[in-house]
Ligand binder design. Structure first.
Ligand code: PLP
Length: 302
């Protein structure tokens, strides 16, 4: 079992996937990426890839924004990913990172007259926020106003600044505000509050990435718990007064938030609705829920 990459249209050991120092996207952030989870189901000895097509649809959107030619359909990308993960043979939770990038070894800030390339790599990866309940701090770094519905590498600078600021201040994760002071999201997650039995989350126009886990959470809350989600601007002080709070993301799954800016959320323990959603989500992504099996792609032959 070892990490492989799909690189220059071939499957190679990850250690052999190298790019040159002059690569345009390394200097100017001209790349689009995705983060996809493979979730290990030990009883079934199977890895399930979660919402694979949706991730590749978002990658295609990003390529369109950055004028990157991605010469594969969504179905082809899914097929390559399945083959790659099979080749790695991992028997644990994994993380898959596709990257479409301006590959020319050429200086100059632009998108045109540059060649494009594409790679995928796979690594074993357990919990992203390695805590049962996170302590968060509102960041002094804000989210950029225009956030396309895709993960563009250059857009992650403020997120990196915010994350390190949060860790240095003794928190587990940063919560970033929009330029006009509303809550946007974590450095790598969307955020939900529970207020009076309803889910509340920042809206698409609040400088957020439209997360696939966010969408999954909204659907599971509605279908399985009968709980509606209100998508609207959220004020900073609403965080402090919420009954429950949690973060959602492909890497972080559903992570409860116990504390924000050194104020306990609720009683500082994992809330009841949060726990239910966490349990549901964990069953769904591991292929244990027949109702949502269409979101899961099995990797290994049985
Ligand atoms: C900034 C940001 N917001 C939100 C998310 C959650 O998105 P998703 O649930 O699609 O992983 C991510 C994770 O990739 C992210 O990087």
């Amino acid at each position: 079992m070892s990490s492989y990459a799909y690189f220059h249209k071939q499957f190679v050991p990850l250690s052999e996937a190298k790019i040159g120092a002059m690569t345009n996207s390394l200097h100017y952030g001209t790349a689009v990426f995705e983060g996809i989870r493979g979730n290990w189901n030990s009883e079934q000895q199977q890895i399930y890839l979660f919402r694979l097509k949706e991730h590749y649809a978002r990658l295609h959107n990003g390529c369109q924004v950055l004028k990157i030619d991605l010469p594969y359909t969504i179905d082809e990308l899914c097929q390559i990913t399945i083959e790659l993960v099979r080749k790695c043979g991992f028997q644990e939770d994994i993380y898959i990172r596709p990257l479409s990038y301006k590959s020319s070894e050429a200086m100059g800030v632009r998108l045109h007259n540059l060649e494009d390339d594409f790679l995928i790599l796979v690594i074993p990866w357990g919990r992203y926020l390695d805590v049962d309940k996170a302590k968060c701090g509102v960041s002094s770094w804000r989210c950029p106003k225009e956030v396309p519905r895709a993960k563009l590498t250059g857009l992650y600078i403020n997120n990196a600044l915010a994350k390190t600021e949060a860790i240095e201040n003794g928190f587990d994760e940063a919560i970033m505000l929009t330029t006009d002071g509303y809550i946007a999201e974590g450095s790598g997650e969307n955020i939900f509050l529970i207020i009076n039995g309803k889910l509340v989350t920042p809206a698409s126009y609040n400088s957020i990435l439209m997360g696939i886990t966010r969408d999954t959470t909204i659907k599971l809350a509605k279908n399985e718990l009968g709980i509606e989600t209100i998508e609207r601007p959220v004020e900073r002080t609403e965080l402090y007064n919420a009954d429950e709070c949690f973060l959602t993301g492909t890497a972080a799954n559903i992570t409860p938030v116990a504390e924000i800016d050194r104020r306990k959320i609720g009683n500082g323990e994992i809330g009841e609705i949060t726990r239910k959603l966490q349990q549901l989500y964990s069953e769904v992504i591991r292929g244990n829920s027949s109702k949502y099996l269409n979101w899961c792609t099995a990797v290994y032959y049985k």
